[in-house]
Design a protein around this ligand. Structure first.
Ligand code: PA5
Ligand code: MN
Length: 196
């Protein structure tokens, strides 16, 4: 279905293929790249981000490609996220993170690389799971979620969520997450976020 708005009435099933070597999903209908300049205030050390930017670098932190279905009740949206490898100061590259507007769950399936799926309730209870190939993380309704690449390679995972879930980025923008993931003595460590 090339071009045009995808609606409940014009949507037709078609085969989608995920290349299990390159993790390229075809077709995809929405893709987004998030660069350091888009994310700098989300890192616990924004000065480290400024330093990188001042050197004329603006690396891609992560990108995702979604097979977009109608944003309607009953439909599911799925796709692939890749978090590149790197750190800002001591903190590993990560996604912005969000809550869903609706009480909607989400499933993450690790495909390549290793990382953490960090989740928290609005009351601040935090849980984190290892995200590795074949690892499945279930994000319950109401839990904010962010993924972090703690490995020496790209972290790639598949996600599925209800198409009408909606994304609330405001709470994360204001308060961040209760935990941050940093490298200490060469290994990943989950520590309290001093700014939370
Ligand atoms: O809905 C999800 O949780 C994922 O599709 C994410 O949107 C994706 O990994 C990018 O993260 P964020 O939306 O926090 O930028
Ligand atoms: Mn989500």
């Amino acid at each position: 279905m090339a071009g045009g708005e995808i609606t409940v009435s014009n949507f037709k099933p078609e085969l989608v293929t995920l290349d299990l070597k390159t993790y390229v999903m075809q077709p995809f209908r929405r893709g987004k790249q998030i660069k350091l300049s888009d994310l700098k205030e989300y890192f616990s050390d924004p000065e480290a981000a400024d330093q990188i930017l001042s050197e004329g670098k603006n690396p891609i932190i992560y990108e995702y490609y979604e097979y977009a279905t109608p944003e309607a009740e009953g439909h599911l949206t799925f796709g692939v996220t890749t978090i590149y490898l790197g750190k800002v100061g001591k903190e590993y590259y990560m996604t912005r993170g969000h809550y869903h507007d609706k009480d909607a769950a989400e499933i993450y399936i690790g495909l390549s690389g290793r990382g953490l799926l960090l989740m928290q309730t609005k009351e601040g209870e935090a849980v984190y799971l290892d995200l590795k190939p074949g690892g499945i993380g279930y994000v319950p309704p109401g839990w904010g979620h962010r993924t972090i690449n703690t490995s020496g390679e790209k972290l790639v995972f598949f996600f599925i969520y209800p198409s009408d879930a909606g994304h609330d980025y405001e709470l994360v923008k204001e308060r961040g997450f209760a935990k941050i993931v940093i490298e200490e003595n060469g290994v990943p460590k989950v520590v309290d976020n001093p700014r939370f």
